[in-house]
Design a protein around this ligand. Structure first.
Ligand code: FES
Length: 94
């Protein structure tokens, strides 16, 4: 079975935002956790005790593994749509 994308589909505009000072683009409205994963940012924070890298797990606001700082406020990346100019801090997590 072959799946083809609709050439007439309307694509959302791209937005640009900063992740630890690096410019990232993503479709407007895409969940931030998804946009970060697509851009290669899989580690979002470190576990408090072992300092092991942690990443988004449930993508539906339950696990809290995607908690990161956006514009200086701790947010759930999976529940937040990307928007132009947002500043995301991963603080050196791989
Ligand atoms: S990935 Fe589980 S709360 Fe965001």
């Amino acid at each position: 079975m072959m799946i083809r994308s609709d050439p007439d589909a309307v694509r959302p505009p791209q937005v640009r935002f900063l992740v630890d000072g690096e410019m990232v683009t993503a479709p407007a409205g895409e969940p931030l956790a998804t946009a970060l994963a697509a851009a290669g940012y899989l580690g979002l924070r470190r576990s408090p005790r072992a300092q092991a890298p942690r990443g988004a797990f449930c993508f539906m606001g339950v696990c809290q593994e995607c908690a990161i700082h956006v514009d200086g406020v701790l947010r759930q990346a999976c529940m937040m749509p990307v928007r132009d100019g947002m500043i995301v801090e991963l603080r050196g997590v791989p």
